[in-house]
Design a protein around this ligand. Structure first.
Ligand SMILES: [Zn+2]
Length: 155
């Protein structure tokens, strides 16, 4: 049985970006384009089809609502409506072959641990970090690009 859940950005945030063309949290203009990188989309957590799928770039604070201390950065979503990734389906496929950085936080946005993970090693690293009582949640980021991907929480 899975001991963690995968939390993509809220569907309401993605819908607001598509509806207004702006970051719902910051008001900065969003930018739409044909994907030049594989992403992923932070709502459905699928890789973009480079050269054909359209994506929207916007400023997002991934600490809302888990902590009151923001740390905004750029993220992409599909320009067209998509399905939010289910929280209880395990890790998304886009991680295959990816090097990611796991930032394990305690409440108050205190960084308790950081691990750079080679492809294939994400699940055991998550379980190991979540076994530590001082860790409340984990942010998964691309090691190369540095961008926020999704949050992982205990069940
Ligand atoms: Zn999507």
């Amino acid at each position: 049985m899975l001991r963690f859940r995968v939390v993509a950005i809220p569907a309401a945030v993605a819908q607001a970006v598509r509806a207004t063309g702006r970051s719902p949290q910051y008001g900065h203009p969003a930018h739409a384009e044909i994907a030049t990188g594989s992403g992923p989309c932070r709502e459905c957590l699928r890789a973009f089809v480079v050269g054909s799928e359209r994506r929207v770039l916007f400023t997002y604070d991934p600490f809302e609502p888990t902590d009151p201390y923001p740390l905004p950065g750029p993220v992409f979503i599909h320009e067209a409506s998509c399905e939010r990734y289910p929280e209880n389906d395990g890790l998304p496929e886009y991680l295959e072959g990816q090097r990611v950085t796991l930032n394990a936080f305690g409440r108050g946005r205190v960084l308790r641990a950081q691990e750079r993970i080679e492809p294939g090693g994400v699940e055991p690293a998550l379980e190991r970090l979540l076994a530590r009582p001082e860790v409340d949640y984990i942010h998964v980021r691309s090691t190369e690009a540095g961008c926020y991907g999704f949050r992982v929480e205990r069940h």
